[in-house]
Design a protein around this ligand. Structure first.
Ligand code: SF4
Length: 381
């Protein structure tokens, strides 16, 4: 369904370069390709699992199921407009690739390493790590978003409470950091089960969403809820991952086969800036690894968001754009100019170097760097 509220949401698809890079996503909207999770649901496991299966065994089975998933995906793509019918004709496996992913996600929760903070807390038993998200997931809001990139709107956006980062300039701090009190009382978010999450997605699709956009805060602490919700969903709609991309390698393995569209942030060009402003370690290695995985082994259809920060063009913007040009040539990049001092930066005298908006000179420099490197940014910025 086309919505004409933003004309560029239609005209952007007239650009060959955009259509070429995001072709599968476009075809899911046309119902001539299937969302990956639907295919994961029909992919059988080769081998048995039970409650006592070790993680090693589960990952082994995951790898072999992927060996079946990939050819099935390819085959379904060849059926084009008949794909949904052909998929329905396939037998539903007793235990599917998607079921296995849900089980692994539940296990990860018992010693949480959904992100590279690797808190190893047993969230199922009520322990909480750095993100403070427990076993249950909380959603702050879910609605059709018309402010995302032209190719995405209207986007069925679901905002989870809680975040794996602690950005001192966070523009969404009421959802990411201040969603619960010191005493642990939730003040921004409602508890949501996997079934309810699936019904949100269904509702958003009926309203005309082009995709289901998992964001926050950050969606990462809620991977178990999200993957489980897909077991209750049957709509052919793009699954979109909108994240700081600090996921662990294991989390990426779970997501690679069910996410159709990647919308990751690439904030910092070095670990020092990441430590100073978001309080995380090993930033560049982790985030660049995940970009590479999504680009090379995942769908490869992605818009990388880079927020230009004042006084950070040389140390962050330039190295990021250089890295993207070299390693993720198919990606589009949204060069974002909407940074403004918020949260800790606005409340204190700390961080004076980022206590202003980026200047137009800095924005022009970022855009020129992208042009010089051949990075495609204009249609999505
Ligand atoms: S999601 Fe990340 S920050 Fe939260 S508990 Fe798990 S490892 Fe820690």
């Amino acid at each position: 369904m086309w919505h004409l509220i933003r004309p560029d949401a239609v005209s952007v698809w007239e650009l060959d370069d955009v259509k070429k890079r995001l072709g599968r996503y476009f075809n899911i909207m046309q119902d001539t390709r299937l969302a990956r999770y639907l295919i994961a649901k029909k992919t059988p496991l080769v081998g048995e699992i039970d409650e006592d299966s070790t993680m090693e065994k589960l990952w082994f089975l995951h790898e072999s199921a992927r060996g079946k998933f990939e050819p099935l995906l390819k085959k379904m793509d060849e059926f084009e407009g008949e794909a949904f019918k052909k998929l329905e004709e396939l037998e539903t496996p007793k235990v599917s690739f998607l079921d296995l992913k849900a089980l692994i996600a539940e296990r990860i929760l018992e010693s949480c390493h959904f992100c590279e903070r690797r808190c190893e807390k047993n969230r199922r038993e009520g322990e909480k790590g750095s993100c403070k998200v427990g076993w249950e997931s909380y959603v702050s809001s879910a609605f059709l978003h018309y402010g995302e990139e032209a190719v995405l709107v209207p986007s069925g956006t679901i905002f989870f409470s809680g975040c794996t980062f602690k950005c001192v300039f966070c523009q969404n701090y009421s959802i990411s950091q201040e969603w619960l009190t010191e005493e642990g009382k939730v003040i921004d978010g409602v508890k949501i089960s996997p079934k309810q999450l699936a019904s949100y997605a269904r509702h958003l699709e009926k309203e005309g969403a082009r995709n289901i956009n998992y964001v926050g805060g950050d969606p990462t602490p809620n991977i178990h809820t999200i993957i489980n919700s897909l077991r209750h969903l049957d709509s052919n709609i793009t699954q979109l991952w909108n994240s700081n991309f600090y996921n662990s390698k294991e989390a990426m393995e779970l997501l690679l086969d069910v996410i159709d569209f990647w919308l990751p942030d690439f904030k910092y060009g070095n670990d020092e800036c990441a430590k100073k402003y978001s309080k995380v370690s090993m930033y560049f290695d982790v985030v660049s690894r995940n970009h590479k995985l999504a680009h090379d082994l995942g769908s490869g259809e992605m818009i990388i968001r880079h927020l230009v920060m004042p006084n950070h063009v040389e140390c962050c913007t330039k190295p990021i754009l250089e890295w993207v040009a070299e390693n993720c040539p198919k990606a589009l990049v949204n060069i974002m100019g909407q940074y403004r001092p918020e949260f800790i930066v606005a409340r204190t005298k700390d961080y004076p170097e980022i206590k202003r908006r980026p200047s137009s000179k800095e924005m022009r420099k970022a855009q020129k760097t992208a042009d010089d490197l051949g990075v495609l940014w204009e249609p999505v910025s």
